[in-house]
Design a protein around this ligand. Sequence first.
Ligand code: UDP
Length: 357
Amino acid sequence: MKKIVTVVGARPQFIKAATLSRQFKLLGIEEVIIHTGQHFDTNMSDIFFEEMEIPKPTYQLDIHSVSHGAMTGRMLEEVEKVLQVEMPDGVLVYGDTNSTLAGALAAAKLHIPVIHVEAGLRSFNMNMPEEINRILTDRISNILFCPTDSAIQNLKREGFDNLPVEIFKNGDVMLDAALFYADKAEKTSDILKQIGITKFVLATIHRQENTDSVENIRNIVEGLNEINRQIPVIVPIHPRTRNILKKLNISTEFRLIDPVGYFDMIMLLKNSELVITDSGGIQKEAFFFGKHCITLREQTEWVELVDRGFNVLVGSDKIRLKNAFELLRTKQSDFSINLYGKGDAAERIAQYILNYK
Ligand code: UDP
């Protein structure tokens, strides 16, 4: 393949795309980027393109702040128009957002090969919009790049062995990003100076199952308030969560900061005592930087972390959260096990795409 259209729209996709864009440039593959607009403001989008030197998107669709169906439908229509003009050799999508599904569907209907990076992951919770997006995207993809053994097994269980598709385990592009940008983050970020403390717990909350349930969000905030009385909790707050806290008039004792760029995030992760999150990506990044993680969900796609005791699932239950905090705050673990490759996932994926006929 000589020409690829990449469809991105949400924060984690910018981080993943940074790794492959760099490899495409090195190999002389032409990449045209479509930004759907799902995440759109400076802190949630622009900062990643600037810091990580991701090529400027050729197309900005500016589709956001509408319901799931409306968003996916509008993206489908607009991505299709772009693909009809660009006629690429393949369309590359990442992860599990509405942008992923819309990009894959637009391409598949035009018989353009679909490449899915972060394929095969499952939470087995069909109430999650992400689960629907990833299952449907996998099913219409031609090349599935899986980050873990469990992702490969999930696809086999669903019968993908019998489909005319190519499936690879190549490692995780998020590890590539963490390794590549760690030094730059160390040199350029001043977030630790800004927050002015050296011992803290880092937390993030943004999953719909937590933000859209009054009970869940209240429990999580109460749990974090309690932990904050023992050690400061820093929360770079997702705009959706901030709005919901405001609307429900829920007060927090812990410190809320605006969402940060990737370099600041690396420094917060690296220097935290422990991570508490409902994010997919941050569970792995905690592991990359040698931190235990408490996950505010009942399931995770990153089961290898839970199986080995690096990660504890607590849902939105404040008692389980407190117990997991007590368990993990003093626990010593060896984080040197290789679960996500060697940091060359993007290189291997780009090479495969170049040679794909
Ligand atoms: N992230 C960031 N700044 C923040 C919060 C998250 O740079 O304020 C990064 C984080 O390090 C990870 C990615 O965004 O690489 C994860 O995105 P998010 O949690 O939004 O999505 P998920 O991984 O759950 O799909």
